[in-house]
Write a protein that binds this ligand. Sequence first.
Ligand SMILES: [Zn+2]
Length: 65
Amino acid sequence: MNKNNILIPKPKSRYLSIQCNHCNEKTVVYSHTTANITCKSCNEIIAKSSGGMAKIFGNIISALD
Ligand SMILES: [Zn+2]
């Protein structure tokens, strides 16, 4: 019995260096984090879990592999 192949998209996850919009502090955030990430300096939310790729509220400086 042959089941249909279901293509499961595999978005590339990586670590992102994000700069806070408020205080310019840089934080490394996992792109698919399941937790809300706050700036360690001013406590602003810089990444929010959204089930897949996190919503990024800061400035993405660079992506790390
Ligand atoms: Zn901040």
